[in-house]
Design a protein around this ligand. Structure first.
Ligand code: SAH
Ligand code: MG
Length: 218
């Protein structure tokens, strides 16, 4: 239960998704993530992103927050063979696990995990990216966005995950006190994103809430 959507409806939708082949191949990794409280992308968020990837066909994907590699592997599987994923992860302990998983799925040639704080790593990246997934420290989203901006290709698509933060961003009654700063920063991020010149953003109550932003062609 994440306080945002009706559980019965989400379960109904996800039961329909469960049998498609990418989902099925990743079931073991999803089960591991769920059992070990790794916050991997919600199934319905993954399925939505899959549709965006099929439509947008990015060649270079940047992810902030690898964890065990679930979403990196999922994105690589949704795209053509020549699509490369660069994923940044700050927690050294989890990186070896991510790399093992990436190898297990035979994707070591397509997914590159860079250790470090995304805010320090991103300025050194040489490529531009046509799809970016922001899914790391929730209090840092404005900083992550500012960091990736110079690295965005024309018409880039950016998806920010967990922007409703278990509903706390929208509903004061759900607020847990020690999360106050994160919640305030996420609200600020959403306000910034939706009025930002050169971008169009939709806020969607999918999973834990996502923002879908498109860089306009200039
Ligand atoms: N995208 C993954 C889940 C990521 S969980 C999936 O859906 O499968 C968020 C991850 O972000 C954690 O592993 C955490 O260690 C990492 N993280 C937090 N702050 C970070 C930062 N500043 N730079 C890079 N990674 C960070
Ligand atoms: Mg997330």
């Amino acid at each position: 239960m994440n306080n945002i959507n009706n559980e019965k409806i989400v379960d109904f939708i996800n039961d329909i998704y469960i049998d498609n082949h990418i989902s099925e191949e990743l079931e073991e990794l999803r089960a591991y993530g769920e059992k070990n409280n790794v916050p991997i992308i919600h199934r319905e968020v993954g399925e939505f992103i899959k549709t965006i990837l099929k439509l947008h066909k990015p060649k270079r994907i940047l992810e902030i927050g690898t964890a065990i590699g679930f979403s990196s592997i999922f994105f690589a599987k949704c795209c053509d063979e020549d699509t490369r994923v660069t994923s940044i992860e700050i927690n050294e302990d989890i990186i070896s696990l991510a790399k093992d998983n990436i190898r297990k799925y035979g994707l070591e040639g397509r997914i590159n995990v860079i250790p470090g704080d995304a805010l320090e790593v991103i300025p050194h990246l040489e490529n531009t990216y046509d799809f970016v997934f922001i899914d790391a420290a929730k209090g840092q989203y404005i900083n992550f966005f500012n960091a990736i901006e110079p690295k965005l290709a024309k018409k880039a698509v950016i998806i920010s995950d967990n922007i409703l933060f278990r509903g706390m961003v929208a509903d004061k009654e759900l607020m847990v006190r020690r999360k106050k700063t994160i919640v305030q920063r996420l609200r600020k991020y959403l306000n910034m994103l939706t009025i930002k010149d050169g971008y169009t953003t939709s806020i969607l109550p999918l999973g834990d809430g996502i923002a879908l932003s498109v860089k306009e062609e200039k």
